[in-house]
Design a protein around this ligand. Sequence first.
Ligand code: HXC
Length: 257
Amino acid sequence: QNKEFIKTWVEGKVGVIQLDRPKVLNAINTSMVREIVETAESFDREDDVMVIVIRGDERTFAAGADIDEMAEVDAVTMELRNQFTDWDRLAIVKKPMIAAVTGYAFGGGFELVLCCDMVFASENAQVGFPEVKLGVMPGAGGTQRLTKLVGKTKALEWLWFGDAKPASEAYDLGVINRLFAPEVLFEETMKVAHRLSEQAPISVRLIKESVNKAVDYSVYEGMQYERKNFYMLFATEDQKEGMAAFKEKRKPHFKGK
Ligand code: HXC
């Protein structure tokens, strides 16, 4: 069912979340974050959904967190509001999340993009963290996630000046997986999402979990995690099916069990 600040639907095995505040370039208020998180969690629990796509409208992804909502707030209110626990919930969604980026992904919009596992963008998109120009900084993981992706020196230059980078530059830095012409971005993103939704479901989720550990842990700790997940896949019917299909020279039929 549709919410106030987002639209949601399912196509095949792909759950789509569309940010929907066009009048303010999809500025993300705390209620929108709550709606995104609750929808992502419900897709995460839904057996028929395998992949989640987060998108803006044709014009823009999101021009940041809602400045109107933040302008007059003091530090104690921020602490008590504790809004980032909602963002934390997004980071533990187990199914793949793909961002489809049009127009601007700035500030909180870029943080939402960086919460996703793969990023597809239109060639005319722009991404960045303009917070420094407002006298603040990213607060939903942006400094951490960007630095892990592009390294310290590139991250600092980007964050200190708050410049918007064209999608092509973000692509070169490894922040964006693939660029598409604006008119085919959503279609192409959905093609990739549909393809991913046909992969062995438990492999896909355990690969995501293991890769995330590579980012968060030391290599040794991450490898212990990977090993456990590798062993665990041998408890699934899909592993038996996948290997039997290979030997029988046919396509595997995965059931997510
Ligand atoms: C609230 C916003 C907004 C935002 C745009 N609008 N961004 N409202 N919060 N982040 C509103 C404008 O006020 C305007 O409303 C309408 O959307 C259209 O925007 P314009 O500025 O007229 O459009 P344009 O000239 O095309 O410029 C686009 C833009 C600019 C370059 C993206 O809007 C802009 O610089 N926006 C702010 C970007 C930003 O600083 N983001 C970071 C926010 S801080 P009216 O009513 O005038 O039509 C942040 C912290 C994250 O994200 C913390 C963790 C969550």
